[in-house]
Structure formats: C-alpha cells, structure tokens
Ligand binder design. Structure first.
Ligand code: PHB
Length: 416
C-alpha cells in the first residue's frame, strides 16, 4: 500500500526529464521573445517566474453534441459557477478555458485531447463524460504529464490498473454507481430481474458491478440486453426484456438515451409490470422533466440528489438556479466540484503548473472539503473520489417530480 501510494503521488522522473520539464517551456518562451541570450530572463524577470504569472490555460473536453450534450452543458455550467465565485483566479493566476467537443467517438476525443495538449499547450485538463474517451486519452495524458481532473467518465481502469499520478477523478467510478445498490435491491425490490445498458464500457461496468452485489445476495439476472449508445428506437430491446417477464429491470442509460428508453418502456408496457431502477443517471434531473410520469417511482442510487438536505447543497442548488435559470443536476455538481479541486490545488501550489507537476499533484491529492454531495476526498492510492452513495426514488415534490433521498447506502471507496 505504501509503495503504491508513493508511485501515484510522486512521479519519478530522470534528471534530464526534470530539467526539460521545468525549463524547456520557459526557455522556449524566453527564446521566442528574443534578447534573452541564454540568461533565462524575460524582460528582466526570471523566465520561470514570468511563465507562472501567465493565465492558467484549462483545457475542457466535454460532449457538446449527441447523446451526452446536456451532460456536457451541465458540467460546464457547474464549473463556470464555481470559477466565477473564485473570481476566475487561483494561485495568483487568471484562469482561462479552452473548450473542445468530446463527441461520442473516442478517436475524436483523442484527437481533441492531442490538440489541447500539443497545440494549445494547456496547463491542465478537465472534463470527459464517456468512459470510452477517458480510456482512449489515458496514455496521452500520462505520457505528456498533463494533470487531468475527470468530471464524469467512470471507467474503472483509469483509477485501477491504468491509474496515473496525473489523473484525478472528482465524479465516481462505474463500480461506485452500480455495486452499492445490489444487496438492497435484492432485499427490497426483486429476487430476479432483467439488466440492460448502453453497449460500451460504462454500461458493461455498471451492470457487472451491480451483478457482483446482487448475485452475491442471492439475486438472479434472467436476461441482459445491450442496445447501442446514442440509440433512438428501443422497441426490439424492450420486447427482448418483456420475453423474460421481469419483476424489475435494472438499467444504465443517460442523457437522451435515458429519455428515450424510459418513455418507450412505459409506452410498450414494460414498466407497467416491472419496477424501474438503475444508477441515478437514468432518471436524473436533466432527463426527468422530459420523462415525466413515465419515471415515477423509479429507484436509483447516486452520490448526489437535488433534494439532499445539506447546507452546502442548498446553497449550491440556489446559486445554480439563480445563475442558470434551471435546476442543478449531478453533472453540474461534478463540474462545480472539479473546478473547486483545480482552484484549491492551484492555490496551495502557488499557481505552479511547471515542471514535473509534483507540487500540483501533491496539493491536489490533499484537497478535501464539504461538497454539496457530502464529504469530498481523494483516495490517495487511486486518486478516485471516496464518497457517500444515496438511495433515491422519483416522487412528487410539490407540483414537480424529483429524486427524493430516502436512505444512505454508506461511504464507498472503489476497491482499486
Ligand atoms: C460514462 O461513460 O462513464 C458515463 C456516461 C454518462 C453517465 C455516467 C457515466 O451519466
């Protein structure tokens, strides 16, 4: 454990790598300005200092199109709300954003990440909604020593076998959104169910995590159905589920997929006979207005809910509503917290994003605060967030539907 902690916390670099990383960028800058003649000074200011007074360029890679477009918009709104509260400054430097569309194609995400890192020379990166894009850009981020704060994508490997000292996850691992509910679901909802998910990394990881606890408790999964991501017509998949005559269905869908699946499941009568449940993205506040009564009664688990009665959450939800004229969502909260992690780490590191990033990484690993979701801290071994997970149900709250928290499942640390 101690050995692993050292590996993740302090990247081991050769002397040559250290010198290049620390002085390469600054020397180039000084050279381009001319007249420094190898003095390492730029207009009388040591080049390293001059670099650190430049604005921090924060590369933002999020979906601004297709199935996860709203998720990208919400994360951005949450992030901008926090950055505005910090005056768009941290560690004595101004913060500027360079945004790129992650799309749903991991190869597009990789190309955009390369552009942000290599052409825009961003100081840090944040974002990523899709597990597939997180997996696709992991090696590039690691090799270029780019500090990345993930604000959604749950791909387990990114904080397990393929973890990196440069990667932090302020959102969740897919395991954290599937495993916690399995035992409760067996004991309280159904002894047997049908599982389903969008057919890509996140969908499979969520269902596998759910099955780990559900099967161990004694549950039976009668069928598994995997429609493609960014799908429109769920009729054939719903028919497949209906053939198993399920008491309940446990499904992972998000964004426009969640709207279409849940409304069509009601339209074809699947959820008339079967209880609806899944990781909370399925009926989260971004999709609930479009789903309306078709989502009524759905059970889910998640690390946040709009109705969570914590002072930090009430303040966050109020500020978000005032700024953006819509309700906050789990994605907005994750963007808000990711921005806070970045601001607090930059502040503690005195704005230093240079060199081997050791100072910034150390500061980031130590960030902890009372988040709208509850206590926020990174697991020092994996850099994945450790957090409480809640049980929620879609109920009437006044004249609208919301996810109401009715129990806590406890604090979950990804097994790593
Ligand atoms: C993921 O791909 O990791 C993912 C996407 C959307 C969600 C949750 C997880 O709502």
């Amino acid at each position: 454990m101690t050995r692993r902690r050292r590996t993740i916390g302090r990247p081991r670099l050769t002397r040559r790598e250290l010198l290049t990383a620390a002085f390469g960028g600054a020397a180039l800058l000084a050279g381009a300005a001319g007249g420094t003649r190898g003095t390492g000074r730029l207009f009388g200011v040591p080049a390293v200092l001059a670099a650190s007074t430049q604005p921090v360029k924060l590369g933002v890679l999020l979906p601004y199109s297709k199935v996860y477009q709203q998720l990208g918009e919400d994360i951005t709104s949450g992030m901008e709300l926090y950055l505005a509260s910090a005056g768009w400054k941290a560690g004595g430097r101004r913060i500027t954003l360079i945004k790129e569309d992650e799309d749903i194609d991991p190869q597009v995400a990789l190309r955009k990440a390369r552009k942000l890192i290599e052409s825009d020379s961003v100081d840090l990166m944040t974002g990523l909604v899709s597990s597939a894009s997180a997996l696709a850009i992991r090696d590039l981020v690691h090799a270029t020593k780019t500090v990345l704060v993930i604000s959604n994508a749950g791909a387990n490997a990114v904080t397990r076998a393929r973890r990196s000292p440069y990667i932090f996850r302020a959102s969740f691992s897919n395991w954290q959104t599937g495993y916690p509910i399995g035992k409760w679901f067996y004991e309280n909802v159904a002894r047997s169910c049908v599982a389903g998910a969008a057919d890509y990394a996140a969908g499979h990881e969520d269902i596998n995590a759910f099955k780990d606890s559900y099967l161990a408790a004694g549950g039976r999964v009668a069928a598994e159905v995997y429609p493609p991501l960014n799908n429109t017509d769920y009729a054939p998949y719903i028919a497949q589920m209906q053939r198993a005559k399920p008491e309940a269905i446990f499904v992972f869908f998000a964004g426009s997929d969640a709207v279409r699946f849940v409304t069509q499941a009601a339209q074809y009568g699947l959820t008339k006979d079967a209880r609806l449940a899944g990781p909370g993205f399925l009926v989260e506040e971004d999709v609930l207005p479009a789903q309306g009564r078709t989502a009524f009664g759905a059970y889910s688990c998640l690390h946040w809910a709009l109705t969570l009665q914590r002072p930090e959450n009430l303040a966050f939800a109020r500020a978000y509503r005032a700024r953006w004229k819509r309700e906050a969502t789990v994605y907005a909260m994750q963007g808000y917290d990711a921005a806070r992690v970045i601001v607090e780490a930059l502040t503690a590191a005195g704005g230093d994003t240079s060199g081997d990033k050791a100072k910034l990484i150390e500061a980031m690993a130590a960030v902890r605060f009372a988040s709208p979701r509850g206590a926020f801290a990174f697991d020092p071994d994996t850099h994945n967030v450790v957090q409480e997970v809640y049980l929620r149900q879609v109920r009437d709250v006044g004249r609208t539907l919301h996810n109401v928290v009715f129990a806590s499942l406890g604090v979950f640390r990804d097994p790593g």
